[in-house]
Design a protein around this ligand. Structure first.
Ligand SMILES: Cc1cc2nc3c(=O)[nH]c(=O)nc-3n(C[C@H](O)[C@H](O)[C@H](O)COP(=O)(O)OP(=O)(O)OC[C@H]3O[C@@H](n4cnc5c(N)ncnc54)[C@H](O)[C@@H]3O)c2cc1C
Length: 312
């Protein structure tokens, strides 16, 4: 039985109305080599953190009880945000959501990402919460994940064998499971320059307007492309309706193949509904979620299509 299961089943912990944080050692990392060495030494007993808005909630609730917590945001470059007109955007894994959303280049070139970030909880939380942590946490409900998927972000990961890059589309493997291997950690999120003339939209349904995990989130981006039968290509991604955030390739293929019409947008939204494999949970039933996938995807498609037509 792992240490995390031990504490989750400990009757003394379960009897507490809100268990406090367990004792742990705190290390402020200074270099990637130091993080790799600590992860190799402590294995599962070590946990990484940046904003801590997921990690410390899980520790407080007794879900996990690491012996050592490694703070990555103090390492050089981890909070940097840089934009280059040819290569695109580079977001340090530990850059706060507020810093990303306020960055002039992000506002100018990636408004879809700003829109997604602004649906996460509330401003004070986003001062600590990072986009990197949102992706690494591996929650299907991560609000920045659909934007990362449709913007075709690349997750830059560091391990003892050096740096490698995982496309966002391959990053999420299952609930709380990412493609990062043991001992590896995210250092950066790279987002290429989106295609010329693109438009995007993130629509989120939560239980309240003041910030809640998504019942359903739908991101759509579209752009003109003469090589497509319809003259356009769309990318669609969903949050909170499958074990991981997902793209909807069947709807994307349909929208590229035939002239865009109201009926075709309806059909694409139905394909998104068909792709969703949600569960019942305290935020909504699977049946409700599937219906909301169709509605939200349709709304986002409509908004993007209208924006694209204005640009013509
Ligand atoms: C009140 C509240 C409201 C919230 N509302 C929302 C919401 O509306 N939408 C939403 O999407 N989320 C929401 N969240 C969840 C959370 O705030 C976000 O997921 C946040 O972006 C996590 O970022 P962080 O930097 O705090 O991550 P952390 O807690 O620091 O880390 C998250 C996970 O990633 C691991 N990790 C951290 N850094 C790295 C790294 N560099 N490499 C590999 N693994 C790493 C940690 O060990 C941990 O498992 C909410 C949380 C709270 C407490």
């Amino acid at each position: 039985m792992s240490a995390s299961t031990d504490i989750a089943k400990n009757p003394a912990v379960l009897a507490m109305p809100s268990p406090g944080l367990p004792k742990f050692d705190y290390v402020r990392a200074r270099a990637p080599g130091e993080v790799s060495a600590l992860l190799a030494e402590h294995g599962d007993r070590a946990r990484l953190f940046m904003g801590g808005t997921d990690l410390f909630v899980q520790m407080r609730d007794g879900v996990i009880a690491p012996k050592i917590v490694i703070d990555l945001k103090t390492m050089p470059g981890m909070t940097d945000i840089a934009f280059d007109a040819r290569s695109g955007l580079r977001i340090g894994a530990a850059a706060s959501m507020n810093a990303i959303a306020a960055h002039p280049a992000v506002k100018d070139h990636y408004p879809l990402l700003v829109e997604a970030i602004e649906t996460v909880a509330a401003y004070p939380l986003r001062t600590r919460a990072t986009m990197g942590g949102n992706l690494c946490n591996g929650s299907p409900a991560a609000d920045t994940a659909p934007a990362a998927l449709v913007l075709e972000a690349q997750c830059v990961v560091m391990g003892s064998e050096g740096e490698w890059t995982i496309p966002a589309n391959e990053f999420f493997l299952h609930v709380r499971k990412t493609a990062m291997r043991p001992g590896e950690f995210l250092t950066r999120i790279d987002i290429p320059i989106p295609p010329e003339g693109w438009a995007g939209r993130y629509v989120k349904l939560g239980r309240n307007a003041g910030g809640d995990l998504a019942i359903v989130g739908a991101a759509v981006m579209g752009y003109p492309d003469k090589s497509a039968g319809s003259g356009y290509r769309f990318r669609i991604a969903l949050a909170s309706v499958a074990p991981t955030p997902i793209r909807v390739p069947a709807a994307e293929v349909l929208l590229a193949a035939q002239p865009i019409s109201e009926g075709l947008l309806d059909e694409a939204a139905q394909l998104a509904e068909a792709a969703a494999k949600p569960i019942d949970d305290l935020r909504g039933t699977a049946r409700y979620r599937k219906a909301m996938v169709r509605n939200l995807t349709r709304r986002a498609l409509d908004d993007v299509w209208q924006q694209l037509q204005k640009e013509r």
